[in-house]
Design a protein around this ligand. Structure first.
Ligand code: ATR
Length: 279
């Protein structure tokens, strides 16, 4: 580091598991930038102080991870229109008047899908879950031109709240989807203590599905993904491409350039996936 090193970071609770520091260090190296990207463990009660302090210190950009993606919003001087639609912020950019907030999670979802040569246009999309990630998935699908969105969730009130949120921004048909083209799994079922479970009870559910996308990436292949693969779904992906894509979109906001996308972004994701799996 030098006296000119620009400082970026991520705030979350917990944050020690975050792979974002490795991703941004790699991007900085590729683009030849003099920057550091630091994990900051911030408790919920300290979010306001952390944002004010980071701004005073001149920290140029922050990512915001679970559980602070909504909590940071009152402390920002501007929130991008798309972030308002999603209802959460995961990227902050230092400006003189305060931080400006963006959401790159939904961009990560859109780019992971377009990297497969697919899009939401005219598609029936099933979204499992109604938490923060499901909001990003639904806004990605609606803004990408999905014809129909079905929300499947344990607690129906949460699904209804998400459905009405989507309909307050997009005139898309949100109701039960019986034969989806695309299924996006955003619940925590398949992760941690629930790693041996899937929200899908029968592999027959996947008949006709073109893309099964689980936003989990530990384990690398969830039970949901294995069921989809065994059912012959042509495209089955985990959440790692989305993780890298949302980071690249944040990097683009901070450094106002698209250098990362100049060539072979797929190879960059693969390099990072190897490093992630070696850790
Ligand atoms: P994130 O911000 O990552 O989306 P979240 O907001 O905590 O995480 O949302 C977790 C999602 O997983 C929710 O949709 C939750 O369902 P509820 O709305 O019913 O709480 C879902 N979920 C968590 N544990 C679950 C379980 N054991 N079975 C089914 N769904 C579960």
């Amino acid at each position: 580091m030098t006296g000119r090193t620009a400082v970026y970071g991520v705030i979350g609770d917990p944050v020690s598991h975050s792979f974002s520091p490795q991703i941004h260090a790699y991007f900085a190296e590729l683009c030849g930038l003099d920057m550091a990207y630091v994990p900051f463990h911030v408790k919920g009660k300290n979010v306001g102080d952390a944002i004010r302090g980071a701004h005073a210190l001149g920290i140029q950009g922050l990512n915001v991870t679970v559980p602070h993606k909504m909590a940071v919003m009152p402390y920002l001087s501007h929130i991008d229109a798309a972030a308002k639609q999603v209802g959460t912020v995961n990227t902050l950019l230092w400006k003189e008047d305060g931080y400006h907030g963006y959401n790159t999670d939904y961009i990560g979802i859109l780019r992971s899908i377009s990297a497969l040569g697919m899009s939401f246009k005219g598609r029936s999309v099933a979204v499992f879950g109604a938490g923060g990630s499901a909001y990003a998935a639904c806004i990605a699908a609606a803004s990408g031109g999905a014809e129909r969105i079905g929300i499947v969730n344990r607690t129906s009130e949460n699904a209804l709240a998400l459905a009405s949120h989507v309909n307050s921004h997009y005139n898309v048909d949100v109701r039960e989807v019986t034969s989806p083209d695309i299924v996006i799994q955003t619940t925590t079922v398949g992760f941690g203590e629930m790693k041996d479970s899937s929200p899908v009870s029968s592999p027959g559910y996947f008949a006709g599905v073109q893309l099964a996308f689980d936003i989990i990436y530990t384990p690398w292949e969830t039970v949901f993904m294995r069921q989809a693969r065994e059912a012959g779904v042509p495209h089955v992906i985990n959440g790692f491409p989305m993780l890298v894509e949302q980071a690249a979109a944040a990097f683009g906001i901070w450094h106002t350039d698209e250098r990362l996308y100049a060539e072979n972004f797929d190879e960059k994701i693969e390099t990072l996936a190897k490093r992630f799996n070696a850790d």
